[in-house]
Ligand binder design. Structure first.
Ligand SMILES: [Fe+2]
Ligand SMILES: [Fe+2]
Length: 355
């Protein structure tokens, strides 16, 4: 809102009366006038003005107290001083206190009108700027509040989505596990095979110092490791006698078939890698790729040993009487460095009492 209010503070004398009248008559300004600095400060504090014309000498307060008092009431107030003489040190001092401009004797009324007009414009501009800045601050704080609210909503949604995602993954896992158990159950000789392999592999992996996350991947891979047998005929899987070369070729496909079945479930990528490699041998004589040594994932090397040990300790369609535990351990030792990674064998031997 534009205003046009001028406060005149000066001791009462003819010169100041004349100036005041000129401002009212010629300038058309509404002038309030005080002849004491204290009263001037009081009026200014109560009503506010756009421009204050001050004749600082002589008054009941020094210019420092008066100007500081005005600035304290309105930091944007525009102060014009009337001086008897134009002394640079006085001017410098007054400007340092925040005075806007000055006029020295002899007073040029035209110049004074011009300064007052400019001062009013400036003050209005500063008021508008203050209002605008305040508006910006309010908008900013409203935006910040909105932002906090939105961030919280996003966090809640993300949490819900994560929970849903985890539920979905664990449902998937349960379904696949049932599928894997169905394969074990197809042949009563292999009943609980995957479960036992998972137990052995977990204990060995723990002994080898693998992380909880790595062990969980190994455990899941164990539960699903023979999933690919779903694609192999019962007559081959459960054949009591020796397999023909062709039947053997079929059996050797199961790590790849298992990996292919699970491939669309990208969250199982690490698990799939282990399934693909669970029949690789440390010396490169395994299948499907004939990988060697460290080129076989450590998890797959562990599963291979756990898988073999479990198979030896259980009856099979082709071997009705299982190995004794001692014989199975001897067989594992004998194959250390050929089929099995010696480091895995070493860990296995340390945890035998826990298997
Ligand atoms: Fe297998
Ligand atoms: Fe197996």
């Amino acid at each position: 809102m534009e205003s046009n209010r001028v406060l005149f503070i000066s001791d009462e004398n003819e010169a100041s009366r004349y100036i005041r009248e000129q401002l009212m008559v010629e300038g058309g300004y509404a002038i309030s006038s005080e002849d004491s600095a204290r009263d001037g400060l009081g009026v200014f504090g109560r009503n506010g003005f756009d421009v204050i014309i001050v004749k600082p000498y002589p008054l009941d307060l020094g210019p420092v107290d008066l100007i500081k008092g005005l600035k304290a009431a309105d930091p944007d107030c525009v102060i014009i001083v009337l001086l008897d003489e134009n002394k640079p040190e006085t001017l410098e001092y007054l400007f340092s206190l925040g005075v806007y401009d000055f006029i020295a004797k002899p007073i040029n009324l035209e110049k004074l009108f011009f300064l007052v007009k400019k001062g009013i414009d400036l003050h209005n501009l500063m008021l508008a700027n203050r209002k605008f800045t305040q508006g910006l601050k309010e908008n900013n704080s409203a935006l910040e509040k909105q932002n906090i609210l939105l961030t919280k909503r996003i966090e809640d949604s993300t949490r819900n989505l994560t929970r849903l995602h985890e539920d979905l993954q664990s449902n998937y896992m349960r379904t696949i596990k049932v599928l894997a158990q169905t394969i074990d159950a197809r042949d009563h000789y292999t009943h609980s095979h995957s479960e036992n392999v998972a137990r052995y592999a977990t204990v060995i992996a723990l002994q080898m110092g693998l992380s909880v996350k790595e062990i969980e991947v190994i455990r899941q891979a164990c539960e699903l490791h023979d999933l690919g047998k779903i694609g192999i005929e019962d007559s081959i899987l459960m054949k009591p006698g020796a397999l023909t070369n062709e039947e053997w070729q079929q059996i050797r496909k199961h790590p790849i078939i298992g990996a292919q079945i699970l491939e669309p479930l990208t969250f199982l990528n690490d698990v799939i890698g282990l399934i693909r490699q669970h029949h690789e041998h440390y010396d490169g004589t395994g299948y499907p790729e004939g990988r060697k040594g460290e080129d076989i994932h450590l998890g797959a090397r562990i599963i291979n040993l756990a898988d073999s040990y479990e198979a030896m300790c259980s009856a099979r369609s082709y071997r009705k009487i299982p190995f004794t535990k001692e014989a199975a351990i001897e067989e594992i030792k004998r194959n250390s460095g050929t089929q099995f990674d010696p480091k895995v064998v070493e860990a296995f031997l340390k945890v035998l009492d826990r298997l």
